[in-house]
Design a protein around this ligand. Structure first.
Ligand code: S3P
Length: 193
């Protein structure tokens, strides 16, 4: 992971990672545990259009969704303590990487490919998995994104064998090890990762 210094201003916990990593559920758990506000880029985009994510993809296409996703991220305020949940493709937009870092500590929810796929395929509301061979598509998407998740994340948690609650606890304990880690210029010690 390239970035060792936590963003100067950002006070948020930002969850990134592939579909099926559990970002939404872990986000809700973190919200309960921290009492921070919860913001979810997918929810913001869906409510802006008044449509579900699959409906936005089929009606307007992925590009329009990506632009709205970037806009949602850009409008988040770095000075608020928030749990930010993102869509799995958020790392595709180059500007998004800066917006993510600006918001706070970026936590990558990772896991075994097969486990992530099984979880992602279960819900049936992932438009990117509705074409071709979903398993192969998933593998391709994941391979393309791994370096991007790795590049932007401060912390990585392997969710494969953990419940969502356990992931939330793991994140908070890693952040606890950082002490008051969101102060300007502070550095994440290797032990926290
Ligand atoms: C996407 C992931 C979805 C949603 C959209 C695109 C992606 O969010 O933003 O379907 O490109 O990986 P989740 O990661 O919550 O499934």
């Amino acid at each position: 992971m390239g970035h060792w210094t936590v963003n100067q201003a950002g006070k948020s916990i930002v969850l990134i990672g592939m579909m099926g990593a559990g970002k939404s559920s872990v986000g809700r758990s973190l919200q309960r545990r921290t009492q921070f506000a919860l913001l979810d880029t997918d929810e913001i985009v869906a409510s802006k259009f008044g449509l579900s994510i699959p409906e936005i993809f089929s009606k307007y296409g992925e590009q329009v969704f990506r632009e709205a996703e970037t806009q949602a991220l850009r409008e988040m305020a770095p000075d608020k303590q928030t749990v930010v949940v993102t869509g799995g493709g958020i790392v595709l937009g180059e500007d998004n990487l800066d917006f993510l870092k600006r918001l706070g500590v970026v936590v990558w929810l990772d896991g075994k490919e097969e486990t992530l796929f099984e979880r992602a395929a279960r819900s049936g509301n992932r438009p990117l998995l509705q074409r071709g061979n979903p398993r192969e598509v998933f593998a391709q998407i994941l391979q393309a994104r791994l370096p991007l998740y790795a590049k932007v994340a401060n912390i990585r948690v392997d969710t494969s064998v953990l419940t969502d609650e356990e992931v939330a606890v793991a994140i908070l304990s890693k952040l606890g090890k950082l002490g008051r880690n969101w102060r300007p210029g502070s550095t994440i010690p290797a032990t926290a990762r």
